[in-house]
Structure formats: C-alpha cells, structure tokens
Design a protein around this ligand. Structure first.
Ligand code: FBP
Length: 556
C-alpha cells in the first residue's frame, strides 16, 4: 500500500539543520553556578538543585564512549509537531557516540514505563518517521509519574531494560515529574540519568533558559493559515462573523501569535481579561460594539479569536467553576442519582452561592449542561471542552438584539463558530520545528553521554540561523516553584502565561483598534517546506519579539 504522497516523500529526505556546535566535537562546558536560589526548593531537591547549566562547544571529531548507551524515551501529554524528530536526533546522536547504542521507546506515554511496555527503535523505524508530525511512532499518554510507587516502578523498568538514560518529552507537568524522578533516582543511588525535552503547542513552557517549547511554531502557522483562509472568505462573502476558538489549555500564547500573524478584527487574551477583571458582559459588549461599528461602515463581517482557556480567566466564571467543582465533589452521589438534565441543573443552582447561581441560570442551556456533565477523572469541570465560541455568539446575539431595539445597531449578524486545535497538533513540523526538535534530541543525547541527570535540553539563539544556535542543559529543579495543588504546596515548573507588559502583547495592543475597524487581514498561507529561507525558516513573532534578546544571553 502506498501511504506517502509526493510531498511526504520529498519531506522525508529533509536533513534538519544542526547548530555548528553540535556538528563536531562536543566537550562539556560548565557555566558558573549562581549561589542564590530558593531555599525551600533546594531542600526538596538536595541531589539536583545545585547543578550548573551546561553548554556544548566544539568543532573537531565527536569523541565516542567506551560503552554503548541504552536510552529509553517517552512521549508525554498532547502531541506537538516535531516529536518524531526529537527521537530521530536522539537516535542519530547516540549512534554517533557509539554505534552499539540503542533507543527503546515506551508505548503510550509514561504508562509504558510503569508497565515496561515498549519497542526497540531501529534505523528502519526511525527513518519512516523523520520530519513527520504526530507521536504515533510510540504513542503518547497523560498518565502522571508522581508517587513514590510510580518512581519505584519506573526504576524497576529502567533496570530491567538496562537503561543508562531516559528522555521525557513533555510539558510543564511531565518535566516537573521528570525532575522529581531524577532526584529520586539519584537519592536511591540508581545509575539511570533522566533528561527532559520542552514540548507543547501551548507555548507555556518557557523562561529560565528555555526560549520556546517545540510544536508552538507549527501549530500557530497551521491555525494562522486557516484563519487567513477564513478571513479571505469573510471579506469575499461579506456576510459572516467567524468566532474561532484556538487550542491552548490555559495560556493565550497561541491566540496572541495567531493575531500577530493574521490581524483579525478581535482577539481576546485571557490574561488581560483576568488582570482587568472583565466580566462576561463587558467582553460581550466590546465584541458587540465592534460589530455595530463595522456594520455602520458597511462591513457586516469579521473575525474573533478566542483562547481555549478563556472561561477560567473570566473572574465570575472562574468562581462559578470552582464552586461547581466543590459541590459536585461533595454531592456527587445525589447529583448522579438524578435522571434528567433540568433536575441536575436545578440541583446545582440551589447549592451555588447567589451570584454564581444567577450567572449559571443565565447561561445558554448547552453551556450550563456542559459545565456539569463534562468532567475529568478527578471530577473537575473540563473547561477546555466548553464551547466558548458558541457561548459568546449566543450572548453577542442577545446583546445585538437589545442594541437593535435601542437603535444603536442597524445591521445583520450571521455568526459561524469554529474550533482549531487538533488540525494543528499533529501537523508535519515546520522547518523551524523540524530543526529545533532534531537539535533538542541530539542535545538530550549529549547530556546523557555526559551522565547528567535532572536536566532539560535547552537550545538558544533561536531567531538566528540554526547553524548559530547554542545547545546545552538547564537543571530542572532550578525551574521549579511552589504551587498549591489539591490542597497542598508542591514543587512544579511554573506555566508561563502571556505577560501584559511583554513586547508581544504590546505589539498586539498597539494595533488592535486599527485591526478592529478596518479589514487589514494578513492571509498567512500554508506552511512552506521548500523555497527561500525567508519564506521557509521564519520563526514565530512571539519568539522574535520577546526572546531574541534573552535568547543569546541565556546560554552564552
Ligand atoms: P500538552 O500541554 O500536553 O502539550 O497538551 C496541549 C493541548 O493540546 C492543549 O492545548 C489542549 O487543551 C489539550 O492538550 C487537549 O488535550 P486532550 O485532547 O488530551 O484533551
């Protein structure tokens, strides 16, 4: 069976660009250690906190090691474009280090490590997946490695597989847990070394020497391409308002980046909503006013970008969701015993505080139902599943009706909802992500060659040509902070939210009024894999605006 088209065939032979420092000799250079730090975190990570960031340098022949490496690899959490290239980079590097080295892929995420289920990844398998999207080479999963029992099982598997190293490719939570596992392993005297790789399309694992997580670049380019197509349709058909929800569980980086790439009429940034304590009513008023303004100018069409995590950032909705979480946990049995949805809604309304109940009763039926029905295994409301785009459409429609009655809106309103998420998460990586992930995998191998544990692979200078990137590792424990989770303080890597004084947000804020009033859309077009560098190797605006300066400093 033929399962490759001409593009896939051509793309499979793409050779990811490696930074010059990794093309030859790679001696380790330890940078000077800052003595300051967080005493509480240091106390929790006595074995891995006081380690120095490292960088690799060299241009001679790569030295081999006397014995082969055997590296386990896990893909953790949601897929992100470039995961396969991390594994390809890892594979190529360990073979270069010692031809007898091997990679063992754990199946379906951390669960594979706990259950010792996996496959040998040989050259033929790796070659089939080079430069492809998805995580299907070994699958992914959201099982968490967090309890002592999980750590014991992980070490038992590592020993059964004779692993010298383990690479955890994941987001903030997975890397937090990789750090805890590394600390545990070292405290137990286990010889395995554990290294993380920063992954997530959400773009919220960055800072402290990590410039961006892989997959963000490609996902934003795919969504921007689709948004551009929709905007071209909007300005052609001149009759639809498109409400587009964009993936990104919590932070609004994807919405912000796509706004800069496409210049839509309205973009909501959750972090701004939270900081300005905007109510749902105020958000809706803002959208309705823009619609009325454009209608008065003969433009009865437009685009609205909505970040997936918005609901939790609207203070009154955030309160409602927390109250629902608590009351459903406390009265789960009685709630589940009710047979009809109206009964269930009445049951929760009666138990909510009066402001929360008033808000809940005013929500459209399908949203009110989603809030009590879609819950995760811990019983919490699945906010990512809420159709915020439909909720806003309903509320804006109602507001426009009122405005029409008052004579302040004279146009028509034909809204269309969209949700872009899975369309981009497994796309074939852009050149940037293909190069970045291959380099991350290569770097992870070098960290393991050096027998370093509790590090995350870090590649910097990312807005320069790949040949000039710097590569090394950052101690994971140094990225931790204490956060309240399930009622107690635990060390975790802090999610990087959009900062309202960042150059990226300011660039957006300085332009949004013009974008709202005129139709100065950018039609981003599809990702280009072949062609001039300025077309194919362009990095995300977020990276260009916020991180170019720090990038060079973080690792040099
Ligand atoms: P990660 O943080 O694991 O990379 O996942 C990101 C993400 O794609 C979010 O943007 C989205 O909210 C979530 O995964 C959806 O995951 P799922 O399909 O497992 O519900």
């Amino acid at each position: 069976m033929i399962n490759k088209n001409a593009l896939a065939t051509a793309r499979s032979s793409y050779k990811p660009k490696l930074p010059g420092v990794l093309c030859g000799n790679s001696p380790i250079r330890t940078s000077s250690l800052k003595q300051d730090g967080d005493t509480e975190i240091r106390a929790l990570f006595p074995m891995t906190y006081d380690m120095a960031p490292v960088t690799f340098e060299g241009d001679a022949q790569t030295p081999g090691t006397s014995s082969p490496l055997r590296i386990g690899v896990i893909l953790s959490g949601g897929p992100a474009p470039g995961g396969h290239n991390v594994i390809a980079g890892l594979f190529d590097a360990i073979k270069q280090i010692h031809s007898g080295s091997t990679v063992f892929g754990f199946l379906n995420g951390p669960d594979g490590l706990l259950k010792n289920k996996g496959i040998e990844l040989d050259a033929t398998t790796i070659d089939r997946f080079r430069n492809t999207g998805g995580f299907d080479i070994i699958g992914s999963g959201r099982t968490k490695l967090e309890s002592e029992e999980d750590f014991q099982k992980s070490l038992a598997t590592a020993s059964a597989q004779n692993l010298t190293g383990l690479v955890v490719i994941g987001g903030d939570d997975s890397n937090s847990n990789a750090s805890k596992l590394a600390e545990y392993a070292k405290a137990q005297g286990a010889s395995i070394c554990i290294v993380g790789v920063p992954k997530t399309i959400d773009g919220d694992l960055k800072g402290g020497g990590i410039e961006t997580s892989f997959g963000f670049d490609t996902a934003c380019k795919v969504y921007s391409s689709l948004i551009g197509n929709i905007q071209r349709d909007a300005i052609s058909a001149r009759k639809y308002w498109h409400f587009i929800k964009l993936m990104g569980r919590s932070a609004s980086h994807i919405a912000l980046e796509c706004a800069l790439q496409t210049q839509p009429n309205i973009t909501i940034i959750s972090e701004e909503v939270s900081s300005r304590k905007l109510t749902l009513r105020e958000i809706v008023d803002g959208i309705a006013d823009t619609i009325a303004y454009r209608a008065a100018n003969g433009e009865q069409f437009g685009s609205v970008l909505i970040p997936e995590g918005l609901i939790e950032f609207v203070p009154e909705m955030g309160n409602l969701i927390s109250e629902l979480n608590e009351l459903l946990a406390a009265h789960g049995e009685a709630f589940n015993g009710l047979s009809s949805l109206p009964q269930k809604r009445e049951f929760v309304s009666a138990k909510l505080s009066s402001p929360a109940a008033a808000l809940y009763r005013n929500l459209p039926d399908d949203i009110a139902n989603q809030l009590i029905l879609d819950r995760d295994p811990h019983g919490n409301v699945q906010v990512a599943r809420i159709d915020t785009q439909r909720l806003l459409i309903d509320l804006v429609e109602a507001q426009l009706k009122e405005m029409k009655a008052a004579g302040t809106f004279k146009g028509s309103f034909s809204p269309l909802p969209h949700y872009f998420g899975y369309e981009g998460r497994c796309a074939a990586p852009s050149n940037f992500d293909a190069d970045y992930t291959y380099t991350l995998g290569f770097t992870a191998a070098l960290l393991l060659r050096e027998r370093l544990t509790g590090y995350i692979a870090a590649v910097g200078g990312l807005t320069r040509p790949a040949s000039e990137w710097v590569a090394g590792g950052i101690p994971l424990a140094r990225m931790m902070n204490l956060e309240r989770r399930h009622g107690k303080m635990v060390p975790v890597i802090k999610k990087a939210l959009v900062e309202l004084d960042s150059p990226t947000f300011l660039e957006f804020a300085n332009n949004r009024d013009t974008w709202a009033k005129s139709s100065c859309y950018i039609f981003a077009g599809p990702i280009q894999y072949f062609g001039p560098s300025e077309v194919c190797d362009q990095t995300a605006y977020t990276l260009q605006l916020e991180h170019a300066a720090q990038a060079a400093h973080s690792l040099t």
